[in-house]
Design a protein around this ligand. Structure first.
Ligand code: THU
Length: 147
């Protein structure tokens, strides 16, 4: 399952608005993320940096926290917004965090701050042969969304 055109537009807008709220005084690289859950709800997040640099939190992590807080457990589409010559893609750690709640077929789109689509990957492309909840539970992938 992936998102309709309407939902992609709503995700893009939510991610752009979240990016506007980013706290990134050190890198000055503002990021917004928005996730669509399997109940059709959108959860957004922005990066929040810290003077102790490694303590900064990525936009995707914030969006995942919002989703879990609101009872979401399954991501069916994701958008990440950032600027720069190179289209943004989720960092390695965020790929694994998305993996917890998303299938290999999860579509992750990138866009710039002007709302221009810049890239599209599946989570399986971003994080091939990944380790996920099913490895611990000893059950098949499509049974692992109850945790
Ligand atoms: N960042 C994200 O929020 N998400 C990503 O997927 C890539 C990087 C943030 C972390 C840091 O605050 C800034 O971008 C520069 O790395």
């Amino acid at each position: 399952m992936t998102a309709t055109q309407d939902r992609w537009s709503a995700l893009l807008e939510a991610a752009r608005q979240a990016r506007e709220k980013a706290y990134a005084p050190y890198s000055r690289y503002l990021v917004g993320a928005a996730l669509l859950d399997d109940q059709g709800r959108i959860h957004a997040g922005c990066n929040v940096e810290n003077a102790a640099y490694p303590e900064g939190v990525c936009a995707e992590a914030g969006a995942i926290s919002h989703m879990v807080l609101n009872g979401g457990r399954r991501i069916v589409a994701a958008v990440v917004v950032g600027e720069g010559a190179e289209a943004i893609t989720p960092c390695g750690g965020c790929r694994q965090k998305l993996r917890e709640f998303g299938a290999d077929s999860l579509v992750v789109r990138s866009a710039d701050a002007q709302g221009q689509w810049r890239g599209e990957h599946t989570l399986g492309q971003l994080l091939p042969s990944s380790f996920g909840p099913a490895h611990l539970a000893g059950k098949k992938e499509d049974e692992d969304d109850e945790a």
